[in-house]
Design a protein around this ligand. Structure first.
Ligand code: GPK
Length: 825
């Protein structure tokens, strides 16, 4: 029997030698012993799995060592609680992080295998909807790269974001069975399962003279952790992403099974396992579904237990918790963690309420990702009380104490008390999760300057007054590893030739490129990189969708979730206007810059208007793409199923980045940052992080248009009548009329009528009000693009000046201003 302290057991795990030979040997071993095949009869899947396992083997030594050292030093750690992680493919990222990319390529070539073919085998884990989930993935990459101890906690959805197809131009959704072949990147730890309870009732009891409450739940499920490596960029560090999967508990099954009802036992099992079955495909809208609340409680309760079980010694002094752990709440989705943490401290650890609350207020911080009031989650008291009765009591108590303090500070202003209460009364009595998070959090942050300011001054002004200093800004960022180094190897090569390799972890160094913008030789090379990326995209779209991308076209790209506030309709109106101008003969074909418009967007399956807009984009595309009058001039491409993998191809090829939300509605945007860092120029409103991008790149290198947020507010206050904009602008009239007349629906006037009348009579996001400014700005884009050399210079300056938008910088801001953690060893 080998004792755990035996030198052999303690010896660090040896990684295979980092040589081509060593890699080949490990790869073949994984193919033979792991997959049970030989090289000659291995399928592409076999080879992909063997390769992934080989990369794992190299990272494993570092991971285990990291975990050991983290246990040893007991530094403060960050538990990032997020219902979504939109990871993208792992293979290339992990090859890059481990510094094995070249060795792997050579080793596989020696085996007669093309690495690129194996890359394509990977199904990306789409465990998120959009910006919020991708941000979480960027953040954990940065923390690992900076050597900050962190566990990302979330849900291992069996089905991620739906796969989108188009049927007659309309969105259809297919389940994303990303695990059907298994994932080589995950490590199941069924022995580390936590039991998560639901339902039942509470009771009070006498605990040796102390009155206490306890929860008697009605049913439970097992939360089984799956670990994923999160390797830092070539720094020997590996953090952990820990996703929970729901499995029915044995006791649960047995009770029913013993009663002889097999079908009921299976039904119960299915019910429990539904909890981690599927990602809710809503973005920026709360989904008030019981199963969703179950998901939220399921993963945060398991994560909190995990922190107590794995991170902390059994005798840990609980008042010192803030020195060891900070829970970052990624939006309201994990906020039920607050009452759960209180329940554990007070009911289970028998801590005094006030002491527990003082600890809780230092152990949580909350990030808000939206300004749309309808997107702030609320849970009906009836539902919350039924599913989590003890938590509801705890929330009531938190609210009571809070409102007492509010009265102390603001007096008996009943209106204000009602507005600030964590419990809202209309339309039904509900828990306002954003308020709970604000009351519990040490800090509350928005995700871009403008957003944080509006959050403070417009959405939660009473809370800001009550808690001076609690509201701060941390502008979002994106990881330069995935979104420059990996996705744009040509540009990376050019930058590295100029600056050396350090920029990958110190993105502000891109500043040094400013001087190169003045160098004609460098501009030529930069333009060649863009052209090469366009060819790569063209290959991908031909292979994937049968599309042809014409040479010499400006690539004008709008990729993001389909949402009215993001205003894909404004883009459609620009396309229709340009098209109508040419076919009516009002605009000479020669005066229009040849453009390919690329869209990528999923609509929430229940969001009817968004799906109509998708239908319209496809309809406009099929008319424009088949009209000989604009052939070679205008093209509209809408590849289905936009995801991280496609983003990595589209963004490096783009010339123009469309960031055209109504001012005050897009909290930050992160696609905007990715495009600028890859040398696309932005046409954008003064919204979200666009504001900061424009400040950094300069007005000359950014196409600003449209109303500012205060202008939007004053137009609303005046009374917005979209039809007056329609009446005042002949171009707008012609375009909307063309859609209404059925020009894109084979003469059917009813098909897109709901879109047109919505714009004319409602237009919540003021598309018509910004139309003329947008068309004007697009004319400037056309003119600017005509001078290719000047355009390239601007593009270089965009790259040079956007180093600020590295998620490493975002993480540094969180660390210094919220978490007070530090890189360890
Ligand atoms: C915001 F509220 C939400 C949401 O439910 N999902 C989501 O992706 C986005 N977001 C914002 O819309 C973006 O502006 C922002 O950049 C992103 O979160 C990350 O903060």
């Amino acid at each position: 029997h080998l004792h755990p302290t035996h030198p052999l057991a303690l010896a660090p795990v040896a990684a295979p030698p980092s040589t081509v030979d060593g890699f080949v040997r490990e790869f073949l071993l994984n193919l033979n012993s792991g997959r049970g095949v030989t090289l000659s009869n291995a399928s592409a899947t076999d080879k992909y799995f063997a390769l992934a396992h080989t990369v794992r083997d190299y990272l494993m030594a570092r991971w285990l060592e990291d975990l050991r050292r983290q246990r040893e030093v007991q530094d403060k750690g960050v538990a990032y609680l997020s219902a979504e992680y939109l990871l993208g493919r792992q293979l290339d990222n992990n090859l890059l992080a481990s510094g094995l990319s070249e060795i792997a390529e050579e080793a596989l070539a020696a085996c007669g295998i093309d690495l690129d073919v194996l890359r394509q085998q990977e199904v990306e884990p789409g465990l998120g909807n959009g910006g919020l989930g991708r941000l979480a993935a960027c953040f954990i990459d940065s923390l690992a790269t900076m050597g900050v101890p962190n566990v990302g906690y979330g849900i291992r959805y069996e089905y991620g974001i739906f796969r989108q197809t188009f049927v007659d131009g309309q969105q259809a959704e297919q389940p994303d069975a990303w695990l059907s072949l298994g994932s080589p990147w995950e490590f199941a730890h069924p022995e580390g399962a936590q039991t998560i309870a639901f339902g039942g009732h509470t009771e009070t009891y006498d605990d040796e003279g102390v009155p206490r409450s306890r929860w008697i739940p009605a049913w439970n499920v097992q939360a089984v952790p799956y670990n994923y490596m999160v390797p830092g960029y070539q720094n020997g560090r590996v953090n952990t992403l820990r996703l929970w999967s729901a499995v029915a508990t044995n006791s649960f099954d047995l009770r029913v099974f013993n009663s002889g009802d097999y079908e009921e036992a299976v039904r119960a099992q299915t019910y429990a396992e539904n909890i981690s079955k599927v990602l809710y495909p809503e973005d920026s809208t709360p989904q008030g579904k019981e199963l969703r609340l179950q998901q939220q409680y399921f993963f945060v309760a398991a994560s909190i237990r995990d922190v107590f079980d794995v991170m902390l010694p059994a005798d840990f002094e609980l008042t010192n918790l803030p020195e060891r752990i900070i829970f970052q709440l990624n939006d309201t989705h994990p906020v039920i963690a607050v009452p759960e943490f209180m329940r554990v401290l007070v009911d289970e650890k028998k801590m005094d309420w006030d002491a527990a609350w003082a600890v809780t207020q230092q152990c949580f911080a909350y990030t808000c990702h939206t300004l749309l009031p309808e997107a702030l989650e609320v849970w009906p008291v009836e539902l919350l009380g039924r599913l989590l009765p003890r938590h509801l009591e705890i929330i009531y108590r938190i609210n009571e104490d809070f409102l007492v303090a509010v009265r102390e500070k603001f007096g008996d202003d009943e209106m204000r008390i009602r507005d600030m209460s964590i419990i809202g009364e209309h339309p039904v009595r509900s828990v306002r999760m954003a308020y709970l998070a604000t009351v519990a959090g040490a800090k509350v942050n928005g995700v871009a300057e403008l957003h944080s300011q509006l959050l403070r001054d417009k959405v939660l002004p009473d809370f800001n007054e009550f808690y001076p200093g609690k509201f701060i800004n941390v502008t979002n960022g994106v990881t330069p590893r995935r979104f420059v180094r990996l996705s744009n190897p040509s540009l990376s090569g050019l930058i590295t030739d100029a600056l050396g390799t350090g920029w990958v972890t110190d993105l502000e160094r891109l500043r040094e490129l400013e001087a190169y913008a003045e160098d004609p030789e460098f501009r030529t090379q930069f333009a060649e990189v863009k052209a090469a990326n366009k060819r790569l995209l063209s290959d991908v779209l031909r292979e994937r969708d049968g599309f042809e991308v014409s040479d010499g076209h400006m690539l004008d790209v709008m990729v993001k979730r389909l949402h009215e506030y993001k205003r894909q309709m404004l883009k459609v109106l620009h396309i229709v206007t340009t098209y109508e101008g040419i076919i009516s003969g009002r605009v000479a074909v020669g005066d229009v810059q040849p453009r390919t418009f690329i869209f990528g967007a999923k609509a929430a399956p229940g969001y009817v208007m968004a799906k109509r807009i998708i239908h319209l984009i496809n309809a406009v595309g099929s008319v424009v793409n088949n009209d000989p009058r604009v052939e070679g001039k205008l093209k509209v491409l809408f590849p289905p199923n936009y995801n991280v993998t496609l983003a990595e191809r589209v963004i490096p090829a783009a010339d123009l980045s469309e960031q055209i939300s109504l001012a005050g509605k897009e909290a930050s945007g992160t696609g905007n940052m990715k495009f600028a860092l890859n040398g696309a120029l932005t046409i954008g409103t003064d919204d979200g992080a666009n504001v900061e991008i424009r400040e950094l790149v300069g007005d000359d290198n950014f196409f600003l248009f449209g109303m500012s947020e205060p202008e939007v507010e004053s137009l609303w206050a005046k009374g917005y009548k979209p039809s007056s904009f329609y009446n005042a602008d002949s171009g707008l009239r012609r375009s909307l009329d063309l859609i209404a007349a059925g020009a894109f629906s084979g003469g059917d006037r009813s098909m897109f009528e709901p879109i047109v009348s919505n714009l004319l009579y409602d237009d919540r996001f003021m598309v018509l009000a910004d139309y003329s400014a947008y068309i004007g700005a697009q004319a400037k884009v056309d003119a600017a693009y005509a001078d290719q050399d000047a355009w390239t210079r601007s593009a270089i300056l965009n790259v040079a000046r956007c180093g600020y938008f590295s998620s490493d910088r975002s993480m540094r801001d969180y660390i210094e201003r919220i978490w007070h953690t530090a890189p360890s060893f």
